[in-house]
Design a protein. Structure first.
Length: 237
């Protein structure tokens, strides 16, 4: 009985899952401004959304998707000569995720001729394959996806010969400069964090087995959760 009580508390209490997600999301920092101008495409990976026509485009995207497309637009505005490449298909017969992204981008000022769509990918690997099929000569991109997803996405692009400058977004765990208070109250938000962790760790194990690449899952607890972040220990390309 006590074994299951401990398991239940570990799953539904947030400190451990929060620490692990924080570590996972800090594999890469938000993109810096030193990306070479020769890197012409900003690739925004798909997440999710619902093409409910009476809602404005920005309201049709789920949380992760909205963070991704907004970050892609923000980066594009720093160099409007680049192209915004929007990815992911939707249900058969309905608007693709990429087209939903494009409606948001158009509303926020990105001209149509600067938007390119990839509408065949439905997993991270098929999105990479879609990119290779459409842009076979491109070997260097700016890659936008959720911070927790970024290491796996970079590994997959690298496996297909594309070098990606990471532009992570949608950081779900943030550190207040004054330190965070650990919450030991059981909650379903902790379960959602475990879902993120399992999904990414299993996904990266699959990438390692399939492509024989490093799993990219460092666990660095030396910083101490709840303290001001030590930038020297966080990786940045």
């Amino acid at each position: 009985l006590w074994f299951w009580v401990v398991i239940w508390l570990g799953v539904f209490m947030s400190p451990l899952s929060t620490l692990l997600v924080y570590n996972l999301e800090r594999t890469h920092l938000p993109i810096s401004q030193d990306v070479p101008d020769t890197c012409a495409k900003i690739v925004v990976l798909g997440s999710g959304g619902t093409p409910e026509s009476h809602l404005p485009p920005v309201q049709q995207l789920d949380e992760a998707a909205l963070h991704r497309v907004l970050e892609g637009i923000r980066i594009w505005k720093t160099n409007p000569d680049r192209f915004l490449v929007l990815s992911s298909k939707g249900r058969e017969g309905y608007p693709s995720q990429a087209s939903m992204y494009s409606q948001v981008a158009l509303e926020l000022g990105v001209p149509e001729h600067k938007i390119l769509l990839m509408e065949e990918g439905y997993t991270t690997e098929t999105e990479v394959q879609d990119f290779i099929a459409l842009f076979p000569k491109e070997k260097e991109i700016i890659l936008v996806t959720s911070a927790s997803h970024m290491p796996r996405a970079i590994a997959l692009f690298a496996a297909y010969g594309v070098d990606a400058y990471p532009a992570p977004t949608h950081y779900t765990v943030k550190i207040h400069p004054g330190g965070n208070r650990l919450n030991f109250t059981p909650s379903f938000s902790a379960l959602e964090k475990w879902n993120i962790l399992v999904h990414e760790y299993v996904g990266r194990l699959w990438v390692k087995i399939r492509f024989e690449v490093p799993p990219l899952w460092p666990l660095n607890f030396s910083e101490g959760f709840g303290l001001e972040e030590d930038q020297s220990t966080v990786k940045q390309r």
